[in-house]
Design a protein around this ligand. Structure first.
Ligand SMILES: [Zn+2]
Length: 253
């Protein structure tokens, strides 16, 4: 392939054109990563050929469009090769113009250029619009749903962390072995330093906390009046010890 007779621009150009031809074939078969790799190799062999820039622009734009953001939104920032937090309208305009010139179907002869050009135009329409951009930013900033939730056994008040998919399901308490409805609780009681063990278990073992009303003279938390927080409980050898008031550990089981 390479005559090995020198590094003149002629051989570099021939090699770049060979690589571009491979990149074009890969683009036609929708191998975006492959076509991108060969476009970069062609750029390295001969930086001044527009064809490699054109293939690279198509591949980059279509790859950015493949991964939705904020649920199911197109990644307009990624399509314009911008940081997700970009507020710089000059930079947004600059990237739009550069990609628009590379991708315009009148100038870019490669397959999918029209599709990439439309994506770039749509991205510009959103990100350059003083009303649409903030709305889009809010839409894609929606925090991901927590993957787990906390629930409490209503009989013994042991806390459990379960995968989010178990929310609302019938769960079995590993402590008292009774079944209960897996309702999410909003927050955990605070840790009391020096007293409690905090056992983080995955939906199968006691967490080292109990919920319930504490009877100061009784054997432990009363269970009949709902989930008032008593506090963290250290679990040692299967026996919980309430420790909300330091120095007054209590048996709860
Ligand atoms: Zn229980």
């Amino acid at each position: 392939m390479n005559s090995g007779t020198g590094t003149d621009s002629g051989s570099g150009r021939a090699e770049a054109e060979r690589l571009i031809a491979i990149g074009e074939k890969l683009l036609q078969s929708r191998d975006l990563n492959g076509s991108r790799d060969f476009a970069i190799l062609a750029q390295e062999a001969e930086p001044l050929l527009e064809a490699s820039d054109q293939i690279l622009a198509i591949a980059d734009v279509l790859l950015a469009a493949e991964t939705p953001v904020g649920g199911d939104h197109l990644d307009w920032y990624g399509i314009l090769q911008l940081d997700r937090t970009c507020e710089d309208q000059d930079l947004i305009r600059k990237n739009y113009r550069r990609l628009g010139l590379l991708l315009h179907p009148d100038k870019n002869p490669f397959t999918l250029a029209d599709h990439a050009f439309k994506l770039v135009s749509d991205a510009w329409a959103v990100l350059s619009d003083p009303a649409q951009k903030p709305a889009y930013d809010r839409a894609i900033a929606v925090p991901a749903q927590p993957a787990t939730f906390w629930t409490a056994c209503p009989y013994c008040y042991f806390l459990y962390e379960y995968p989010a998919a178990c929310q609302g399901c019938c769960l079995r308490c590993q402590n008292c072995e009774r079944s209960f409805h897996g309702l999410s609780i909003p927050s955990l009681p605070p840790l009391v330093p020096g007293q409690e063990a905090y056992y983080c278990n995955w939906g199968c073992l006691p967490m080292g906390f109990v919920f319930g009303k504490l009877d100061p003279n009784g054997p432990g938390p009363m269970v009949e009046n709902g989930p008032d927080v008593v506090g963290p409980v250290a679990v040692e050898n299967g026996v919980g010890v309430a420790s909300r008031k330091p120095g007054r550990p209590r048996q709860v089981l």
